[in-house]
Design a protein around this ligand. Sequence first.
Ligand SMILES: *[C@@H]1O[C@H](CO)[C@@H](O)[C@H](O)[C@H]1NC(C)=O
Ligand SMILES: *[C@@H]1O[C@H](CO)[C@@H](O)[C@H](O)[C@H]1NC(C)=O
Ligand SMILES: *[C@@H]1O[C@H](CO)[C@@H](O)[C@H](O)[C@H]1NC(C)=O
Ligand SMILES: *[C@@H]1O[C@H](CO)[C@@H](O)[C@H](O)[C@H]1NC(C)=O
Ligand SMILES: *[C@@H]1O[C@H](CO)[C@@H](O)[C@H](O)[C@H]1NC(C)=O
Ligand SMILES: *[C@@H]1O[C@H](CO)[C@@H](O)[C@H](O)[C@H]1NC(C)=O
Ligand SMILES: *[C@@H]1O[C@H](CO)[C@@H](O)[C@H](O)[C@H]1NC(C)=O
Length: 821
Amino acid sequence: MYTRKNVLVYFVVLLVIQPCICLDIITRTQPLKDGDVLISEGEYFELGFFSPGSSSNRYVGVWYHQIPEKNVVWVANRDSPVKNTSGVLSVDGTGQLVLFYSRTPQILIWSSNVSGSGDGRFSAKILDTGNLVLFKDEYSEKNVIWQGFDHPTDTHLPGMKIGWNKKTGENKFITSWKSPENPGTGQYSLKFDVNESNPQLFIYNGAERLMRVGPWNGVTFSGYPEFTVSGPDQVAKQVYIDNEEEVSWYYTINNPANVSRFVMNETRSVAQRFNWDPVTQKWYPFWTGPDDSCDFYRHCGAFSTCNPANVGAQGCECLPGYESQGNPLRDRYQCLRKSEALVCGKGEGFVEVSGVKVPDTSTAHLESDITLKACNNLCLKNCSCTGYTIANISNGVGCLTWYGDLLDIRQYSDGGEVLYVRVDHHELVGSKKRVLRVLLPVLVAILLIIIAFGYWLLRKKKKRGGSKRLELFNSLENSDERGTSSTGVHCFPLSIIIAATNNFAFSEKLGQGGFGTVYKGKLPNGQDIAVKRLSITSSQGIGEFKNEIILIAKLQHRNLVRLLGYCIQQEKMLIYEYLPNGALDCFIFAKKMVLDWQTRFDIAMGIARGMLYLHQDSRFRIIHRDLKASNVLLDASMNPKISDFGMARIVGSEQNEETTNRVVGTYGYMSPEYAMEGHFSIKSDVFSFGVLLLEIISGRRNNSSFDAENSLNLIGYIWDRWLQGTPLEVVDRSLGESYVVDEVLRCIHVGLLCVQESAVVRPTMSEVVTMLCNERTPSSPPEQPAFINRATGYFGPVRSSSSGNGAIAVAEMTISMIEGR
Ligand SMILES: *[C@@H]1O[C@H](CO)[C@@H](O)[C@H](O)[C@H]1NC(C)=O
Ligand SMILES: *[C@@H]1O[C@H](CO)[C@@H](O)[C@H](O)[C@H]1NC(C)=O
Ligand SMILES: *[C@@H]1O[C@H](CO)[C@@H](O)[C@H](O)[C@H]1NC(C)=O
Ligand SMILES: *[C@@H]1O[C@H](CO)[C@@H](O)[C@H](O)[C@H]1NC(C)=O
Ligand SMILES: *[C@@H]1O[C@H](CO)[C@@H](O)[C@H](O)[C@H]1NC(C)=O
Ligand SMILES: *[C@@H]1O[C@H](CO)[C@@H](O)[C@H](O)[C@H]1NC(C)=O
Ligand SMILES: *[C@@H]1O[C@H](CO)[C@@H](O)[C@H](O)[C@H]1NC(C)=O
């Protein structure tokens, strides 16, 4: 018999226990009202009503129980908000999960909309995975008739499958919220492209493809290499299924204590995988896509690869055997096969391009169960096959072959796959010689140093009677001001360069060029230096490096920048004298300081003398090929020094002209015959000098158009004023009236002579120097200059303002532009 007290105790215990019993379950008699929450058994997830951001709308959602910031991972009624707090989530007698307003008449807001569940007792339960399941009778996997994981919102949770059901045609994917205030179906999504024989994962903005995460390669997606390389990801395991029934992908967490989510962001158009760090209580992004410009779908044109470390051409670079057809006026970088001839049956082969995201496989052909060798043969024997790769597919190894454009390829610094690109016999031999090409400049440089060192020792012995003390930078200090007796270049140890530049500190960065970055440094002996660090990835860099060392080591002139040494440990670097005033363009365009007329004239004279030395007076005939304001540096007393010999070419002293099929240089300074036909000569340098001279006078860039009506560039504008008889109008306004009229007129005249369209009638540098020095005006009047019409991109002679007809049209320009160095 119970005592009164016993009964009371029993009752109290019941009261305390009661709310805990059914905390993770909703039944018909036990609905979920706004304000209540369900908590999963292991207390991982919580289900309840919430209002996103500052919105007053109510939504039923799931979030982490233990993470203070409420990261909603799933929303039931994302597109049908509850307008007030009278919403109720329940289960009805027909086996439906329903959300409705509680006041009678009850208005339905959202429902699970499952059919054919029959009769029975239905319940819903929040699982420890974050999955809300609706089931019949007792909970077990086979009794589940509907689940939240089949209706993903913006978060891909561990265990949640996304993909395509081949039987029903249904494609499940995640879609961002509309905004932080609105969990409705937004515009960004991560989904499989179902219309392909080779399924690929894409990130979409509406119907537009933002990023190709790529095809599955057996371990991860081609565009998600971080999964295997950074870390590696200890936390997750990925599973990809491709069978008769479905194509799908999910990931699982090895340790249930670890928390991870994959979410499509609503504001930044990126998909991100986050891992939760319980110590710092923060989410850390493990992967983000798109992460850099190379990730964007087809950022580069066909047959080119995107490398974020490349500075020029927006990171794009042609595949082996292809060359750029990039027109600086068009944005897209196009690469075409180097030789027109069909690469077939003429000893062609494949060049391996490794560390890449494989090209878009929408057009690729997949052959299962095949070896690398067989794959190679398969591609080789079909003339239209452009490349192949071996990929892991769900049921073995597969061979992917492409028969057209290779699209959307990018380079990874770590991880990535191997692509075999079909190239002709010529290219194949070239790639084998590449090793030699790398070694050759080094050997030449070492030889030069040995000779220089021997010579220096001999000289020193004579001079000082055999002093044996060796100082590291002795020869640099000894080389006299005129630089006529410098003994050569030094090979600097990497450690010295690292110390000098403060480990390439960002603060020491002087500038960025097409082939690398320039840093300021200080040697242990106090000497200031400029270090040009060639970008590792630039294949062009090697040739240019060799070129610069060999050339500049032998050139000594007060108007040329002096090379002090180089470094070839791990990376290629060139060490120059440091010129405190920096590049000329900062003065004439950016107006770091307004230069008076005398200084401008002296600078122009200095450049002319430097060019004259290159063309005529040095031991070789050198064509600089990239003379421009940013390549002229100024020392402390504003003496100009020509720099950057990366593009320079030595031509035989009898030879005045050469032709190349790789046009390099800077738009705006290139002569028409060079830009269009690849002819370069001392006269193309004269053209560049003319442009530079006119820029110095006017303080404007040639490639900035300011005569909007005629879309003329600087040359066109000056020629127009010259014809009108008002040439002084072009003089830099910041000079005011403080210039010598005769001198300015003479300079404009010389400038116009240098940019004449016909190379033959342009003066030589020695004539230029004479004319500039000479007090009299040049005898011949200038003829029509070449100009570039900004609107059409065509070179042509300038027409006077009214007659704009018949500019020479050139169908295809082939200029590979190396921007703003
Ligand atoms: C909530 O909104 C619904 C629909 O607008 C309405 O029927 C119901 O009466 C409202 N409840 C309260 C408590 O205001
Ligand atoms: C419920 O599903 C059926 C098909 O199963 C569909 O026709 C109907 O539009 C759906 N209703 C709602 C409210 O989603
Ligand atoms: C697949 O192709 C069909 C027919 O061409 C088209 O209607 C559908 O939108 C495509 N689906 C996707 C996801 O591209
Ligand atoms: C995963 O869980 C283990 C065990 O709790 C922990 O030591 C580790 O730091 C976790 N890793 C991450 C990335 O959270
Ligand atoms: C999207 O990115 C913004 C900015 O980083 C962030 O504040 C927001 O929480 C992100 N949204 C999601 C769903 O992660
Ligand atoms: C080469 O492959 C293409 C595409 O698969 C095919 O149409 C063509 O017939 C093949 N040619 C030969 C010679 O096998
Ligand atoms: C294929 O998958 C295996 C493991 O399943 C892996 O070891 C191998 O590296 C993969 N090969 C390629 C080419 O991805």
